[in-house]
Design a protein around this ligand. Sequence first.
Ligand code: ADP
Ligand code: MG
Length: 265
Amino acid sequence: MTEREADEAGLAVSLRGVTKVYDSGLVALGPMDLEVRKGEFVSLLGPSGCGKSTALRLIAGLNAPTSGTVRVSRPAAKTGGAHPVGFVFQEPTLMPWTSVRENVRLPLKLANVRPGESDARIDEALAQMGLAEFAGAYPRELSGGMKMRVSLARALVTDPDILLMDEPFAALDEITRFRLNNDLLALWRNLRKTVVFVTHSVFESVYLSQRVLVMTSRPGRIASEIAIATAEPRAEDFRTSSDYAAYCRKVSNALAPSYPGRSVP
Ligand code: ADP
Ligand code: MG
């Protein structure tokens, strides 16, 4: 399938027979097949070291596959600096020496967007993440959750169609994580992005996604997929519902074989 055919089929991401062997000879991934529809929220769930970050980096174009094809739909040319994907890492990776505003400006600068146009877009991204009042703050003045919000604003500022998120909330306390989960769902609904979310948390994957893709241990492949069909929009009460518990059990069971010899943590 060409990029164009994938695009016409309504796919945001398509991986076919993708493998990744690192220079060390380590076989990290695959062969992996994956299709993500435009506007879908999908989680990749698997044990540490199974190749989740590798898969995300291949989709982002940060690494090349050893074999197979990776296709990502390109947005129709819209505003300057538009990039097909935005990437959010587990660490907020902010520049400590400059303000929130300048941190969010970075991708626009790299894309040579005019400063006049940048300012309006930065304001919008900051507002989307509830950061309007913190534009002048420095990273050291912010909590872990706020730093992650800045990181998300920085990913959104180029208005990507696809958000790739690599365990973004794993280091946060539970209440902050739950808030960010809800804010992310609201963003996804309002902005109609495609989200590929990597996590090793069963609970987080079920809460957020329309589809959970369970990976095998290394080299990672998709072992099974579970559609989370529940009433939308989801809110906090979903977390305590019997529906949620049942899906978590189902996903845990699907994940169990990826942890040989142990029960799922
Ligand atoms: P996950 O994100 O699921 O924890 P990764 O994709 O980071 O897994 O890594 C998969 C495997 O590939 C691991 O064994 C890791 O040590 C290895 N790996 C990751 N990046 C590199 C690299 N640049 N060179 C060699 N090995 C790597
Ligand atoms: Mg990882």
